[in-house]
Design a protein around this ligand. Structure first.
Ligand SMILES: Nc1ncnc2c1ncn2[C@@H]1O[C@H](COP(=O)(O)OP(=O)(O)O)[C@@H](O)[C@H]1O
Ligand SMILES: [Mg+2]
Length: 269
């Protein structure tokens, strides 16, 4: 297990609260993501998991509490500043541009980050041609990292759902993050595709990245997460090792309908 014991936290949420029109989507939420670990964020639909990711990335402001990244407060900062500090994400619903190849999807992510360089690249100056060559090489390297180098020139919408999700991860990695937030990265995938995502997440962790992933797949959580926090109705229900969290009676009730249904949860593992 990584990131336990005295490992400093890369990300810390401290008493974070967010309400929408009087309804608390996140309430008094505190947890820490140890540097160099894979942390799972579980909880039933509507528990507030995506909202947590939106709060961390500055897509939404929050009402109370603190969010610290590498020891510095990032609560209230603009999304682009938080991204520049080294936090990247993928979305629960795949967000790719239609009519673009896999390679172009990853390139477009880089151009969006670099602002005007897309226009400059069409002007064809030597400097812009060199910059474009560097961008292309980096995009190919990113596709290779997510095992999609052989699909570089395929239109993204013709790729499998699992491949599309991996393109999103490649695009997020192009921002050179230290913390990667994945919102249900295996939703809609079969067992083999899901396990491949788990393997990729471990490779990224072993290369120095810290990962927080929203995940429902019990097998993926037990096999690939070092640490888990479980949310219910905006609050933290429990936190700890995957085995300890999944053994929690309220987690079993939330996920499997009946509390104390130990037989079924054992079978799933
Ligand atoms: N932008 C928003 N405006 C209003 N309500 C929202 C918004 N985003 C999320 N919510 C509400 O907050 C709660 C938590 O949603 P969400 O974070 O998407 O849960 P999860 O990702 O765990 O399924 C839900 O009740 C949802 O309807
Ligand atoms: Mg969600």
């Amino acid at each position: 297990m990584r990131g336990d014991g005295d490992t400093p936290a890369l990300l810390e949420l401290d008493g974070v609260g967010k309400s929408f029109g009087g309804v608390a989507a996140v309430a008094d939420l505190s947890f820490a993501v140890p540097t160099g670990s894979v942390m799972g964020l579980m909880g039933p639909n509507g528990a507030g998991k995506t909202t947590v990711i939106n709060l961390i990335t500055g897509l939404l402001g929050f009402d109370r509490g603190h969010i610290r990244f590498d020891g510095a407060e990032i609560g209230g900062a603009a999304a682009h500043r938080i991204a520049a500090r080294g936090i990247a994400r993928t979305y629960q619903n795949v967000r790719l541009f239609s009519g673009m190849t896999a390679l172009e999807q990853v390139l477009a992510g880089g151009f969006l980050r670099r602002g005007t360089s897309l226009i400059a690249s069409f002007l064809g100056t030597p400097a812009s041609r060199a910059a474009r060559a560097r961008s292309l090489a980096e995009a190919r390297h990113l596709l290779d990292r997510v095992r999609l180098a052989h699909r570089a020139d395929v239109l993204a919408e013709t790729l499998s759902y699992g491949e599309q999700r991996r393109i999103e991860i490649a695009r997020a990695l192009g921002a050179h993050p230290r913390l990667l937030l994945l919102d249900e990265p295996t939703a809609g995938m079969n067992a083999a595709e899901s396990a491949a995502i788990g393997g990729l997440v471990h490779e990224l962790r072993d290369a120095g990245l810290t990962v927080l992933m929203v995940e429902h797949n019990v097998r993926l959580v037990t096999d690939f997460c070092d640490h888990v926090a479980v949310m219910s109705f905006g609050r933290k229900l429990t936190e700890g090792t995957p085995a300890a969290c999944l053994a929690h009676p309220e987690v079993q009730a939330a996920y499997f309908g009946r509390s104390g249904d130990a037989e079924r949860i054992r079978a799933l593992r």
